[in-house]
Design a protein around this ligand. Sequence first.
Ligand SMILES: *[C@@H]1O[C@H](CO)[C@@H](O)[C@H](O)[C@H]1NC(C)=O
Ligand SMILES: *[C@@H]1O[C@H](CO)[C@@H](O)[C@H](O)[C@H]1NC(C)=O
Ligand SMILES: *[C@@H]1O[C@H](CO)[C@@H](O)[C@H](O)[C@H]1NC(C)=O
Ligand SMILES: *[C@@H]1O[C@H](CO)[C@@H](O)[C@H](O)[C@H]1NC(C)=O
Length: 697
Amino acid sequence: MGGRCYCLKMLPWFVLVQIILGFAWGNTTTDLCERMCSCIEVEGVLHIDCERRGISDLQHYSAPTSRFYQLFLHGNSLSKLLPNEFANFYNAVTLHLENNGLHDIIPGAFLGLQLVKRLHINNNKIKGFRKNAFLGLDDLEYLQADFNLLRDIDPGAFRDLNELEVLILNDNLITSLPANLFQNVPITHLDLRGNRLKTLPYEGILELLPGIAEILLEDNPWDCTCNLLPLKEWLEHISHSALIGRVVCEAPMRLQGNDLNETSEFDLCPSQNENDLSLVAPPTQRPSGLPPTPAIQHPRPPTSASVHKGISKPRGNWQLRTRPSANAVIPNGNNIPLLLNGCPTTCSCSITSLESGLEVNCRGSKLESVADLQPKPFKAQELFLRQNNIGLIRKTHFLNYSSLTLLDLGNNAIKLIENNTFCNLTNLRWLYLDNNNLETLIPEMFAGLQNAEYLNLEFNLIQLILPGTFNWMPNLRELFLHNNLLKSLPVDVFSSVSLSKLSLHTNYFMYLPVTGVLDQLTSVVQIDLHGNPWDCSCNIIAFKQWVERMGSDVVVSELKCASPEEFWDRDFKSISNELMCPELYSKIHLTFSSSSNITISTETGTHVNPYLETSRVSISVLVPGLLLVFVTSAFTVVGMLVFILRNRKRSRKRDTNSSASEINSLQTVCDSYWHNGPYHAEGPHRVYDCVAHTLTD
Ligand SMILES: *[C@@H]1O[C@H](CO)[C@@H](O)[C@H](O)[C@H]1NC(C)=O
Ligand SMILES: *[C@@H]1O[C@H](CO)[C@@H](O)[C@H](O)[C@H]1NC(C)=O
Ligand SMILES: *[C@@H]1O[C@H](CO)[C@@H](O)[C@H](O)[C@H]1NC(C)=O
Ligand SMILES: *[C@@H]1O[C@H](CO)[C@@H](O)[C@H](O)[C@H]1NC(C)=O
């Protein structure tokens, strides 16, 4: 009896100890290759493909211990990386963690990953890098962290990365880099495009980049004052071709739009210049002892052409650009011939990344149709069809292009894109449709683009955007709609996307509603609205208040009134609300005066509001009547408000519910189609259409 009891009592302990031992020696981990993932060998390296397996932590998993491997974990749920997260994966050489909703990396998370050379944590929600965030990645050469929400970077964030050469930080929210961030980090390629940088100092930053071979700085709000002089001089001293793209001044006003290389020292620094230039001139000498050429030997020197896509027509405030910045490094080229066999005759092809991406360049090839591409470059990762004469895109044209991440159809004559054309382009991230003849945007046009982040529609003839147009693109971050013919936006148009950049300038908006449109831009960091004919009457007050709330960092550039005539060409932020809307102001004034006077007269009867001197006599007679009217109207207004709010809430709830569930089921259906084949497709008519059309053509 006693023995039995003892046994029963000991059982949980035994289990517990076994579990602990199991953790310590990896006994209870599941080999990813045995169950969950597909493991194939590609040129002597094992690829462990665990894309979208719903993995939320890695402590219970392991991988083959006798092999080196690349670990693909994108599209899982690794939202937080804890210390020793990868302890069972010490043979990884490449680590892909894109699209995990990752928001925090606890220092120590990468301990044990001594062999990893490339780390991809782009397209997550990381807001900051802590000190020693990358501890353990002793051999890391390549860090890709674009499209996050990075703002806070600790000065010691990269201090363990003593082999890091390529650092990709574009499209984040970085406002400044902390001093000494690059201490002992041998950076050769640095991508800082699309951030919020105003300046880069020499001391503590630029001086620590002696080996720079490529730097990308475009699309930051550069503040062209004395503070930027060090950057200008540094750029003039580094290797001729190192700067890719432009550095355009956003401030001060007189230099807005100017290229930094075309400003003079006097432009940047007018006042100090009068006194003594040498006081302002920063040290431009390299630290003594270092040769003027890159001090680091690059195992894989990049060609600047491989990054510089040279999209040719920068117009508007934000430049056109291409963003697959992952291609700064050239691959080892084993499979190049195989891929290049598929190059269409009128195009040129090159390999862009280690993951054997093929870049197909058919710019200006006089193509009339996408179908004319022969042979079809099905394995293409980036397809440039800019500057051709394509007028119509059929849904059959992009059937077999599911490997595309970038598609550039800009500067053609596209009038029509058939419904569900991009249904199978689930990997597409950048879509350029600028400088075409599109007139209407409908949801079906973008069906299936579930990973699209960048959509450029500038310089079209767009007059109408239908509700739900962007619902297919939950990952959309940057949307360019400037230079079109838009007068209004439908309600809830931004409800399914979290845009960080939105360009609506040079359209025909007279005002924009806040409720249901602007108030859905909860994550926007830059919105450009200039060049619209704003109607500076009472209508615009809510919009004006929204603009003021967002501040000039977010709402860039002036908003000029086109009407009424008295305010023509004035920035509406400089006009007071009461001047713009005297009716509203006088109403507020009246309500205020009558109510305050009533309080005064009922409470004391003697105090007199100085602003109400003239109406004193009549008020004293009318007090009871006014009181009655005021109380009655207050009740009525409150009652109506409650009624309206309740109704609206109910209807909005209904709308969002139905549309959200619709989208969900649409995506599920499409997913199951893509993963399991057409026979699994069931569900709403619309998707069946998408699939059916795709099949029948
Ligand atoms: C400045 O840079 C731009 C873009 O790289 C280039 O086109 C232009 O020629 C440069 N101007 C000067 C004066 O170097
Ligand atoms: C869609 O893409 C998948 C690969 O993701 C491919 O296997 C399939 O054949 C494509 N479907 C069509 C209709 O092109
Ligand atoms: C797409 O590829 C499949 C097989 O890979 C082929 O049978 C089909 O004809 C291709 N579709 C088009 C439109 O070329
Ligand atoms: C495309 O979809 C829209 C909306 O469902 C529909 O009204 C239109 O007729 C479709 N166009 C074609 C050519 O099927």
